[in-house]
Design a protein around this ligand. Structure first.
Ligand code: GDP
Ligand code: MN
Length: 303
């Protein structure tokens, strides 16, 4: 009997460049998914990066809500993967999350309460890490983190983010809403986790107990950080780029080597940061800088 074949991957030939299509770069889109929105799937299906270079990975919680989301996701996958060949993704993986006692379903207001944040975000870190460590392959060039409630992005999202050739790059996550004053649809910032540190935040952190974490966007804990969410100029240059110390994960483009070298989502206080903000800090400690695009918008679902 012939011995099993050995596969070789020259990781130094694996690129992640500003011209990913020309270089056949594989993109892994990772989504923790508690609720399925058809708008998310439709937007994903419209991404015009060659789908044969895109693999999808999902992790869904083992709750009733998670079961329903998984079923809806599976129908959407079945439709796309049996449709026109050019629309089919290279591969799809769904993981079921069975490590934590599931967090009971929370609405937007409830899950954003400061008292719920530490437990929630540490659990999200474990979900993201499980998803990442089981799906990152030897030919993955980029990881695009995309939350399941991102319902609108430019169809060129992957190319647009890769073009900047940054190890970690985050667009600005906004939300559409009906403004009763103007009686028109308008937009407002949604994700406040992309920021630059301030003297106050560093000072606050320096006085914290080892397990305490800093949170952004809470009146109870003013940090005076510079928030990318507030720096959007509606008619500004979408290529405007800024350095960041913390990043959000609603949409987040990462060169695979950053994860491969060990940057993950701490499910514990890491420099008083957790999850995506802790990831930014960990990447920084590995020598990578984080960047953001204040004028490049993606949109979060409005519950
Ligand atoms: P928020 O927008 O920051 O309030 O956070 P979300 O509740 O939208 O969660 C972020 C992402 O993780 C979304 O894609 C959710 O569908 C997903 N998510 C939320 N809770 C869980 C969970 O317990 N397990 C998993 N696997 N995904 C979750
Ligand atoms: Mn969300």
């Amino acid at each position: 009997v012939a011995p099993p074949p050995v596969e070789h991957y020259a990781l130094n030939k694996l690129t992640s460049t500003s011209n990913p299509i020309a270089n056949d770069e594989r993109v892994l889109i990772l989504t923790p998914l508690a609720r399925f929105y058809q708008e998310y799937w439709d937007n994903l299906a419209k991404l015009n990066y060659p789908h044969e270079l895109i693999s999808l990975g999902f992790i869904t919680p083992k709750t009733r809500e998670g079961d329903a989301a998984t079923a809806a996701l599976q129908s959407a996958i079945a439709a796309t993967q049996s449709g026109p060949i050019d629309n089919r993704f290279a591969s799809v993986t769904i993981l079921r999350q069975d490590f934590d006692p599931p967090i009971v379903s929370q609405n937007e207001k409830e899950r954003h309460k400061i008292s719920n944040q530490k437990v929630r975000r540490e659990s999200m870190s474990r979900a993201r890490n499980s998803l990442l460590f089981t799906t990152l392959g030897p030919s993955t060039s980029w990881v695009l983190w995309l939350d399941a409630d991102i319902v609108e992005t430019p169809s060129t999202l992957i190319q647009d983010l890769a073009r900047h050739d940054r190890p970690i790059l985050v667009p600005n996550c906004y939300q559409r809403f009906y403004d009763p004053n103007s009686k028109k649809m308008s937009v407002r910032p949604y994700d406040f986790n992309s920021w630059q540190d301030s003297e106050t935040s560093l000072e606050l952190a320096s006085k914290m107990d080892p397990d305490e974490i800093l949170l952004e966007g809470y009146e109870e804990m003013p940090t005076f950080r510079t928030l990318m969410a507030h720096l959007n100029e509606p008619s500004g240059d979408p290529d405007t780029i800024m350095e960041l110390d913390g990043v959000g994960g609603t949409a987040l483009m990462v060169k695979a080597e950053v994860h491969r070298h060990g940057a993950m989502f701490p499910a514990f206080a890491f420099y008083h940061l957790v999850e995506t903000e802790g990831f930014a800090k960990m990447a920084r400690r590995l020598g990578y800088f984080c960047w953001g695009l204040p004028n490049y918008l993606v949109y979060h679902y409005n519950e």
